[in-house]
Design a protein around this ligand. Structure first.
Ligand SMILES: [Fe+2]
Ligand SMILES: [Fe+2]
Length: 238
């Protein structure tokens, strides 16, 4: 899927995977495909929101480079370390050696386990905790830990200026953006929910409670479409 404009400052740079047969080696994703979502926030500082599956690394890096227009990203925010999102982490870390990786304590434990203790130098790891903020200029991210909304290190990031929730696997849906652009959200979201995150219903409810106080205009999940209208209905279904 081509780069998309989310808002003036935010671009969708994710990649559709229309050839994968089984998501996580067990859930059929044909013929609808799946998307590995990633976003770039362009401000005085630039943040890339998550990486993508290793299968999609080349296309993703090319999308990122295109929206950067020669600038360098300051941060890669890692909201989830499962390989469909961290599979290209070291690729982008090598591509932009000045860029810092933003995660919580558990994120960095997993990075060391996955890629080796020396894979990233300590000065490139920017650790954040519950409700910490990261200012990019006009935009500011606030981190909300969401442990076990699939994995222990998961966190959401709320962008306060444009009121966007980067929700990690929550509100994700099977189906590539290209192939399911006009498909209703609920059927494949329901299937994704009960296969992937539904086992952690209590933890999902804890995250919903945290976000209930926030004004949210857009939800940017790690799979499937960005959600902009009728957010109350998605929240109700969740
Ligand atoms: Fe996941
Ligand atoms: Fe995922």
């Amino acid at each position: 899927m081509a780069i998309q404009t989310v808002t003036d400052a935010i671009r969708y740079v994710g990649v559709d995977d229309n050839t994968l047969a089984l998501f996580e080696n067990q859930y059929p994703v044909q013929p609808m495909g799946v998307s590995y979502n990633s976003y770039v926030i362009l401000d005085e500082k630039i943040a890339v929101m998550d990486s993508v599956d290793a299968r999609a690394a080349e296309e993703w890096l090319s999308n990122v480079a295109q929206v950067l227009e020669g600038r360098n990203p300051d941060y890669l925010v890692v909201t989830h370390m499962e390989p469909d999102h961290s599979g290209s982490l070291m690729r982008i870390a090598q591509e932009y050696p000045e860029m810092k990786i933003v995660g919580n304590a558990k994120t960095f434990t997993l990075i060391k386990q996955f890629f080796g203790t020396g894979a990233l130098s300590e000065d490139r790891m920017l650790e954040v905790g519950e409700r910490d903020t990261l200012s990019l200029g006009l935009h500011r991210l606030r981190f909300l830990l969401a442990p076990m909304v699939h994995w222990p290190e998961v966190m959401a990031a709320y962008e306060e200026e444009e009121k966007i929730l980067f929700s990690a696997d929550a509100f994700g849906r099977f189906g590539s953006l290209e192939r399911t652009a006009r498909a209703p959200w609920a059927p494949q979201a329901r299937r994704y929910y009960y296969n992937i995150v539904g086992k952690y219903g209590a933890q999902v409810q804890a995250l919903l409670k945290k976000i209930s106080a926030l004004e949210i205009k857009t939800i940017c999940p790690l799979h499937g479409p960005m959600l902009t209208e009728d957010l109350g209905e998605y929240l109700r279904l969740y």
